[in-house]
Design a protein around this ligand. Sequence first.
Ligand code: ZN
Length: 150
Amino acid sequence: MKGNLEQLYRQVIMDHYKNPRNKGLVDSEDYNNIHYKNPSCGDDITVQFKINNAGIIEDIKHDGTGCSICCSSASVMSTLLKGKHQDEALRLMQNFFNMMQGAELKNMDEMEDAVAYTGVAQFPARIKCATLSWKALESGIKGNGDGVEE
Ligand code: ZN
């Protein structure tokens, strides 16, 4: 990766870390709650989402504590996937997981700020940090997640 690009990606991550989008949970039965932990790093994230009858993810919220990679990634995930159809969201999440395995995506533009995490693939210990909130939402949408990922 070129130095300038790496610097740009770091700025994107720090921006989402310092000014997280969609942060803060709401107290509403319209939302599903998924709580995920990454004990190896100490990340602890709750993701909330609301899907309407047409399958559109109307809202995504997140809150919790963790490292800059984890917290910023939750913000990026929420901005990318909010307003998308759940099928489209699942596809983009799979793209992100593939990216974390070092795969080159055909269409990087559609990943928006999530491209900033390309470099994380080189640091296996941090992959879980980057994917934690994404895995939480994925399991929530698929309806098989209600707890702690070890
Ligand atoms: Zn972490």
